[in-house]
Write a protein that binds this ligand. Sequence first.
Ligand code: SF4
Length: 213
Amino acid sequence: MPTQNDEYARPARPPDTSSLAEVLAAARKCTACHLYKRATQTVFGEGPKNAPMMLVGEQPGDYEDVEGKPFVGPAGKIMDRALEEAGIDRIQVYVTNAVKHFKWEPRGKRRIHKKPNSREIAACRPWLEAELRLVKPKLMVCLGATAAQSIFGPSFRVTRERGKVLSSKLAPRVLATVHPSSLLRQPDEESRQREYKRFVSDLRAALKAAGEA
Ligand code: SF4
């Protein structure tokens, strides 16, 4: 098993192609940072190539790592419910993560999510850039701080900017909101419901912004 001393990260190098399938095939073999060593597989984005909206999370979790698909675990389920309530068809959106391999640490028999660091995010960013270049969504939705900071830099605060339509070098229109996993971590039912409603409201704003683009 790799140790801290094995950690390394250099920028990934996606192929120069207009084929999303070719980019995906290359990402499956990516070894640009050490995260691939302990993950089951690359979890690349999923969705139509001409999707008007791209949702970007942090990294795959335990379920996603096993299934090889983004947002299929508990956070994905709550996101699906919120998307539906906001009037967004998940089939019509492209869903991906800022980092494509699951970073975790063992706790007993469980694999506990570990936040990717800035070097790992930077190493993986060329894959996200390739997805943006090929899908060209009208709106990118950053789910949580890691995705938002990979676009706007480390000083970006989701709490300050959530729900606003912003622009960046990578995508002309970007809206940031919380990661759906934060809804699962709320301390009680009342705050869970309040935060869920705010999340749905941000997704409604995203749908409107994508329609206006
Ligand atoms: S996390 Fe990203 S950069 Fe690191 S090995 Fe996986 S695909 Fe490559």
